[in-house]
Every structure is written in structure tokens, then in C-alpha cells.
Design a protein around this ligand. Structure first.
Ligand code: DOR
Ligand code: ZN
Length: 364
């Protein structure tokens, strides 16, 4: 039976949420061996200022960090600032100096869950903010989808919102700010993969378990709404490109970021909440994806490639010390169960697809 040890890992993209969800979610992250997390700022209200003493609406990074710690998170915590029309150069300069601001998250306006405060990329690019970020070593986390497209362009057989963004918008940002560190979050297409791979050392990317495991066919066949997330899962050749990128022995800049995003109600009266929850089983799902990509994880060389993707590329990109603690991944089936919370149950993705066991398990 294949079993191997890995250093504890950094989930470079997750949603810790708030109120009754935050403690069970934080626990689920620690239960899957995370020594570090990056908790996204699309809370209600958004995390749109750095310090509590800064004026204006919204939560501060300071407050949200304290909430996550109070909910039981032990480990390193990144909490990006939500880029809104209220974000200023002074916030970036002061925030970076104080050590409280390390990263800023770009959301396409109205493009995903709680993205209503996002500003158009054109406005961001026309401002002094990217320069201030580059000068102060603040990383930009990008949700890379073009906003405001009509349905035909949003998702078409030939193009979609992510491809348009990475073809028309991102090259301008990259060229204008060559020193700005940018993480292309949850990339889903070959076009985005190519952009990241050609983007030099400053460009990183996260990839989720669901985008490595599934295609839009899985989503449509039976309308599996637990698989509905944004950006939506794509086509076979996109998944192939992602699989090739993460299993490349030379990969140093593409890393694990689950985008685990809990919703207690997925199917609503007139739509579906976007987000897949993979909160306590992500290393197992990533291992499954490596195998489905044709990688035999029973040998030391491929285990090293897996380790780079899951455990070391992310910390190295962020300048975070790697963990000295470890956990064990074993090719032994594990049952997947719902997580009960005071706000209702959270259904992990594979269970939402009718899969009650997964092929890998972990031991801390
Ligand atoms: O599917 C998603 N869910 N994509 C996002 O960008 C946000 C996330 C959420 O917060 O639910
Ligand atoms: Zn996310």
C-alpha cells in the first residue's frame, strides 16, 4: 500500500467565512494538515480596510485575523485586502509597513460570491495602486475572469470569461507592472496555464482539486450543483493542460489553493451558489488527481513533484518558511461525510457528486 510523508502544507486560497461556519471550517483546514492558510476577504461585509482604526465601512484585516484565530486556527495566516473603490495608496504603504498587509484580492465586479464591491480591472490599472503594491512588496491575488460579458461571451464553445481575461487584459497588467507579484487564482483553462508559464518568476498560480479532477461534462450530466464554482470547470483539453502543469517536475510557481468555499444552501430558488467545499480532504483529492493524470505516486521522484505542488511551491512563492511538521498520505479509501454546523450542513464536493468514499486518506 502506497504511503508517504509530506510536510504540512499551505492552502494558498480558501474561504474561512464567518459566524457559525468559521470554527468548523478552520477545523477542517487543520484536519487536512494545513500549517498556513490564505483566507479570502469576500465576507459580509468585505475585509476592505487594514486596521480597525482606519475609518469607513467594512471589516479590517486586523479584525478578520483575530476572528480566525479566535475560531481556533493555529498556524500562519494570510488575509488579503479586498480591492474596492475605497482602496488607497496610503492604505497600501501604511499597511505594508505595519506588516498587516501582504496581499490584495481583485474580484471582477459581481463576478462571483460576494464580489459586489470589486472594481473593474481597467480602473485598477489606471490607478497608482499597482505601482504602490509593487513598490511595497504587496502581492496581487487575481480572480481572472472578464466581468460584465453577455451570456454568449461569458461561456462559449470557443471562448469564455477566463480566456478573454488572460488574452486581452492580463498581458497589459503584466507588461505595465513587470515587478508586481501576481497570483492567478484557481486557473481553469489552457490559455491561463500558458499565461502563467510564460509569466516569469513574479507570476504564480493556484489550482483547485475540482479543476484537476472534473470537466464541465461532470457538472452538466445530472446538473451536479455541488460542482458549480467560479470559474466554472472547463473542457478536457483545459484539464489536461492543468494536469500537465502541476505534474511537471520543473513546476515551481503553480501551487495548491483549494478555493474551498462552503455554502450550506447550494441550490437557491433561481440559481446556484458558486463554491465547492473540499475542506478536510484536499490533499487526498489532489493525490487522486495526480493519479488520474497518469502519475504513479508509489515512487520517490513523483512524490517529490507532488510535494512541490502541495507543500513547497506556495510557501516559497510567498516567502513563508516551510513547515517542519509532517503528515502521511496513504492509498487507503476514506469515507466522506457532511460537516454539521449551526447554520446547516456543509457537503464536501465528492459526496455532492454521490461519491461516499475517496481513494486516499491522511493521518496527522
Ligand atoms: O466558486 C467560488 N466560490 N468562486 C469564488 O470566487 C468565490 C467562492 C465563494 O466565496 O463562495
Ligand atoms: Zn475563492
Amino acid at each position: 500500500m502506497t504511503s508517504f510523508s509530506l510536510p504540512k502544507w499551505f492552502d494558498a486560497h480558501m474561504h474561512a467565512r464567518q459566524e457559525g461556519l468559521i470554527a468548523p471550517i478552520v477545523k477542517s483546514q487543520m484536519d487536512m494538515g494545513c500549517y498556513a492558510i490564505l483566507a479570502m476577504p469576500n465576507t459580509k461585509p468585505p475585509v476592505s480596510k487594514v486596521h480597525e482604526s482606519d475609518g469607513g465601512d467594512g471589516w479590517s484585516i486586523e479584525k478578520y485575523r483575530a476572528m480566525i484565530r479566535d475560531a481556533g486556527f493555529k498556524g500562519h495566516l494570510y488575509t488579503p485586502l479586498y480591492l474596492t473603490k475605497g482602496t488607497t495608496v496610503k492604505m497600501i504603504e501604511d499597511g505594508a509597513k505595519s506588516g498587516m498587509l501582504n496581499t490584495i484580492k481583485y474580484y471582477p465586479p459581481h463576478g462571483t460570491t460576494n464580489a459586489d464591491f470589486g472594481i473593474p480591472m481597467a480602473d485598477f490599472m489606471a490607478s497608482d495602486l499597482p505601482r504602490a503594491m509593487a513598490d511595497n512588496g504587496v502581492i496581487l491575488n487575481i480572480h481572472g475572469e472578464e466581468h460584465g460579458l453577455c451570456a454568449e461571451h461569458y461561456f462559449d464553445r470557443k471562448t469564455n470569461a477566463e480566456e478573454i481575461f488572460y488574452t486581452e487584459t492580463m498581458p497589459k497588467l503584466r507588461d505595465t507592472h513587470p515587478n508586481l507579484k501576481i497570483v492567478c487564482e484557481h486557473i481553469t483553462t489552457k490559455v491561463a496555464c500558458d499565461f502563467v508559464q510564460g509569466g516569469g518568476d513574479v507570476t504564480g498560480a493556484t489550482v483547485t482539486p475540482q479543476h484537476l479532477l472534473y470537466t464541465v461534462g461532470t457538472l452538466i450530466q445530472g446538473l451536479k450543483y455541488h460542482l458549480f464554482c467560479l470559474p466554472v470547470v472547463k473542457f478536457d483539453e483545459d484539464r489536461d493542460a492543468l494536469r500537465k502543469a502541476v505534474t511537471d517536475p520543473n513546476n515551481k510557481r503553480i501551487f495548491a489553493g483549494t478555493d474551498s468555499a462552503a455554502h450550506t444552501v447550494k441550490a437557491t430558488d433561481c440559481g446556484c451558489a458558486a463554491g465547492c467545499f473540499t475542506g478536510y480532504i484536499a490533499p487526498q483529492l489532489y493525490a487522486q488527481a495526480f493519479e488520474e493524470a497518469g502519475v504513479d505516486l508509489s515512487n520517490a521522484a513523483t512524490q517529490e513533484v507532488f510535494k512541490n505542488f502541495l507543500c513547497t511551491n506556495g510557501p516559497d512563492y510567498y516567502g513563508l518558511e516551510r513547515s517542519n511538521d509532517s503528515f502521511t498520505l496513504t492509498k487507503q479509501p476514506q469515507a466522506v461525510e457532511k460537516i454539521g454546523t449551526s447554520e446547516g450542513d456543509i457537503t464536501p464536493l465528492p459526496l455532492g457528486l454521490g461519491l461516499e468514499t475517496i481513494p486516499w486518506s491522511i493521518k496527522l
